[in-house]
Ligand binder design. Structure first.
Ligand code: NAD
Ligand code: GDD
Length: 327
């Protein structure tokens, strides 16, 4: 049994990761700025701490052998396109303090959660984009401050690991979706936002889709994301690695799949102005395949069916709570 700390354990990927680590029989401390968003955490200990504060980061990592550093101020395009300075400030502090705490405590293995947002905008200007491979990161020109902060975090991991003898992993997630992901409030990404809009619509209505619907992305189901994280930690591979699906779809295709799994027959799309991010993005999984002997396998239709069902339930619960509040 290893002593593991998961930061960002109250969030989407962190909460699923804690559950998976507990199923493997590990001892886990979850740490987050806020209590778990959806039900109790499976962690042995859960502590509400602010990793922007060095002393709280040091306290968070006491006794840890492995750290999965998932905490970040993060969201979909609606959030990251409108909060550059705050994101740069919060995420660089979180990453600096968490890595320094790992150094102080002599942590053995440290996994840093980076993002496809590190890749240069100049490689993502077309809808039929060439899939992004790990070496594409430099010369660096990410679109948003969020991507620059993730590059800083990657460098902290690379140089800090080498200088202080910590075995590091750096994983670049490509748009992860699934149950327990943020689905409302402004930080939600396209899969959850569109699931919510379809769940709230009745047949004959249109849902709003930002942009012209032609922008492309790949979307990775949470079970694949967790499997990839665990395999990467076990692999010993210390260079940055993509973790995403390599099935690229347009935003309109994503919306149509969601409408299909919803069982509603007559929902149309209304394109409206909104933050669009890069024009096209896909993951090149050659290195992932080679290093892990595995790549994400859950079909988008299946992952979205599960996600839609969970979000439709949240929408119903919220509506019932609102009705009860009126009585
Ligand atoms: P999330 O927002 O659900 O989880 C992040 C958690 O970090 C939240 O619970 C938040 O409260 C916590 N946090 C924020 N500030 C903190 C602080 N100062 N101290 C302690 N905790 C703090 O996001 P997620 O989707 O679970 O993402 C996990 C990690 O993966 C993040 O680092 C994110 O940048 C990265 N990532 C996610 C995706 C994706 O598609 N979900 C894509 C690329 C990268
Ligand atoms: N969020 C959202 N909400 N996006 C929408 C919507 C909507 O209602 N309608 C259409 N879109 C479009 C956006 O305009 C964008 O072109 C595309 O869907 C994808 O948007 P997001 O899912 O919000 O973000 P992203 O894929 O550009 O970036 C996300 O993934 C990165 C990793 O791949 C973000 O979550 C980043 O923080 C993350 O690092």
């Amino acid at each position: 049994m290893r002593r593991i700390v998961v930061t960002g354990a109250g969030g989407f990927i962190g909460s699923h990761l804690v559950t998976a680590l507990k199923q493997r029989g590990e001892w886990v401390r979850g740490v987050d700025l806020v209590p778990p968003g959806f039900g109790a955490s499976d962690a042995d200990e859960f502590e509400v701490l602010d990793l922007r504060r060095p002393e709280q980061a040091e306290y968070a990592l006491r006794g840890a052998q492995d750290v999965y550093a998932l905490a970040a101020d993060m969201g979909g395009m609606g959030f990251i396109s409108a909060n550059h300075a705050t994101i740069l400030h919060n995420n660089t502090l979180i990453d600096l303090n968490t890595f320094e705490a790992a150094r102080i405590h002599g942590v053995q293995r440290y996994l840093y959660s980076s993002s496809a947002c590190v890749y240069p905008e100049y490689l993502q200007e077309e809808t039929d984009v060439t899939p992004l491979k790990e070496s594409d990161i430099f010369p660096a020109a990410p679109q948003d401050a969020y991507g620059w902060a993730k590059i800083f975090g990657e460098l902290m991991n690379r140089y800090g690991g080498a200088d202080h003898g910590i075995s590091t992993r750096t994983v670049r997630f490509h748009n992860v979706y699934g149950p327990n992901g943020t689905w409302t409030g402004g930080r939600e990404k396209a899969p959850a936002a569109l699931c919510r809009k379809v769940a709230q619509a009745v047949d004959g209505e249109a849902i709003e889709v930002w942009g012209d619907g032609l922008a492309t992305r790949s979307f990775c189901y949470i079970d694949d994301c967790i499997e990839g994280i665990l395999r990467l930690m076990d692999s010993g591979f210390e260079q940055p690695l993509n973790l995403g699906s390599d099935r690229m779809v347009s935003v309109d295709e994503l919306a149509e799949i969601i409408i299909g799994v919803s069982g509603k027959r007559d929902i149309s799309l209304k394109h409206v102005p909104g933050p669009q991010g890069v024009r096209g993005r896909n993951s090149d999984n050659s290195l992932l395949d080679k290093v892990l002997g595995w790549s994400p396998a859950v079909a988008l239709e299946r992952g979205l069916a599960i996600t839609y069902s969970w979000i439709a339930e949240q929408v119903n619960l919220q509506a019932s709570a609102a009705r009860e509040a009126l009585v």
